[in-house]
Ligand binder design. Sequence first.
Ligand code: FAS
Ligand code: PHB
Length: 397
Amino acid sequence: MQTEVAIIGAGPAGTTLGLMLHQAGIDCVVIERQSSDYVLGRIRAGVLEWTTVEILDSLGVGERMRAEGHVHSGVSIGWRGREILSIELQALSGRPMMAYGQTEVQTDLYRRADEVGLTIVFEATDVELHGLTGDVATDSPAVTFTADGGQQRIDCAAIAGCDGYHGVSRITIPDEVKTEYEKAYPFGWLGILSETPPLPQLMYVNNERGFALCSERNPMLSRYYVQCPLTDSVDDWSDDRFWTELLTRVPASAAETIVTGPSIEKSIAPLRSYVVEPMQWGNLYLAGDAAHIVPPTGAKGLNLAVADVRYLADAFIARAEGDQTKLARYSTTALSRVWNAVRFSWWLTMLLHRFPDQSPFDQRAQEQDLYYLASSRAAQESMAEQYVGLPLYPDLT
Ligand code: FAS
Ligand code: PHB
């Protein structure tokens, strides 16, 4: 088989890239290790930047999101035990955000892929990348894999590595070419789903017992998180223990309105920041979690994946029109937005969590950071514009 771009991974990054290239008439094939049901079974992100909303709209994927998603003009921060700080995203930045789960986004992406005839090969095993030398002029990229009981090979002009942190693409780039930046956080997020009505607005909580987050998936499906030690397991947390802890951490005025109920999903996710540079090597281009990981605090993971592939698709489109410069600069362009989101997610994580080794100085500085955010419109504008997503192509004139 021959194609222009072989895309490894059919998560949000790979599927969105496939739809963008298909829309632009650029031949591509998506190769996914798991079944579509397995991918759709993952419980992950919950918040879409407005930039992501507009990109999904442009791909014909926005109808159900617009009908079932919840547009929020602000988020809240619970702090100092009982106080609630409202960050008016729309008023401060001019744009809102959309609460719409990644599972729903992925469902809509797969439905659109079927509608337009995008080729996604599911349950492809033993995926290997070939013909990559790091030189776009001499590369002869190819992907081999086993699917439908037989070995298959796709020769292509470029490979997009959208296969997540544990994929095969990033590790194909030689260690001497890569610079990796990493920070592990000394706690995890215990998350549950419950078939209960959510709070009217997302609420992040800084509490002396630890971080908490009140989010949603739809009017009768809530998503809640509490910070927990990395040594904890889901078995350590009965529903009763979870709800008692959450209602203790959330300001009382909000806790009174939280509707509890049995959990239908419970999991613990570790928090980590990671970036690899560069995000390209010859005709291999990395996008999404294959290139970077952010703590979910800033709700950036999914949104960064979509922004990466917008840049990459624009670069492939430019190359098809004879302009190689965007593709040559893809990594530089993407990393600028990546590092802003990585820094923002790190900042919000440091602001809202309790660190086991936190010194009295650290604690006092964190309290002052919260007080400054509460008392400064400029600080709130800065948080708001980063939370809803900076422009893809900032006007620097
Ligand atoms: P993905 O990991 O989603 O997709 C990669 C795809 O590649 C997968 O389908 C995988 O099966 C496939 N693949 C891997 N290796 C392969 C191979 N060798 N061959 C073929 N295919 C291969 N983000 C938020 O914004 N908010 C959150 O609350 C949040 N919670 C998260 C919780 C968890 C447990 C995790 C792991 C992530 C969470 N994220 C969250 C981040 C998450 O949403 C990612 O940012 C998002 O899925 C990134 O999308 P992709 O880059 O497409 O990577
Ligand atoms: C979620 O709903 O899962 C969610 C929302 C906001 C975040 C992280 C996760 O910052």
